[in-house]
Design a protein around this ligand. Structure first.
Ligand code: ROI
Length: 163
């Protein structure tokens, strides 16, 4: 039996039918044979960080997987492409963004993959949904829990998405 790792994934979209795209992405994760979905946060309507662009819908998921970090990254990027993500502007609008936030308590610094996600601790649109499903997880660079990091942030731009 292979070892399982516990990971957190951030999801975001601000182009197209964002809610359906995000639900579709969760469905793709759920159907992968080496991924077990543990929890999905609520969806949040969030003010865009970066240049002027439409509001985002953001959420987070926790998974258990036997995939190695780079293999999981490849799968996330394949799902992004499937939903029409074209990597253009770094800070521009996108149909689907899937960020690998945490992978066990690993710190990985590769050109193609940094874990924990380098900007997660300053982003309320990541920490508010993640604190809902994994408040006691530790961000390994700071050594602080997600709940603690979240409380330090100004999160007025992150609101529960109404049905
Ligand atoms: N802003 C919000 N609110 N949500 C995102 O997912 C998001 N993603 C991005 C940038 C452009 C930084 N801004 C964002 O990549």
């Amino acid at each position: 039996m292979s070892e399982l790792s516990l990971c957190a994934i951030g999801l975001g979209s601000n182009l197209g039918d964002s809610r359906s795209i995000l639900i579709g992405a969760i469905d793709r994760l759920q159907k992968h044979p080496q991924i077990e979905l543990l929890a999905i946060s609520s969806w949040y309507l969030t003010d865009p960080i970066g240049p002027p662009q439409p509001d985002y819908i953001n959420g987070c998921a926790t998974i258990e997987t036997s995939l190695a970090p780079l293999d999981l990254l490849n799968i996330l990027q394949a799902i992004e492409s499937e939903f029409g993500r074209v990597r253009q502007e770094i800070w521009g609008a996108r149909t689907l963004d899937l960020d690998l936030l945490l992978y066990d308590n690993l710190i990985i610094d590769l050109p193609t993959l940094q874990i924990p996600h380098p900007r997660m601790i300053e982003r309320a649109f990541v920490l508010v949904p993640l604190a809902e499903i994994a408040p006691d997880s530790i961000e390994p660079k700071s050594g602080h829990s997600i709940a603690t990091l979240c409380h330090k942030l100004e999160y007025s731009g992150v609101k529960l998405l109404q049905e």
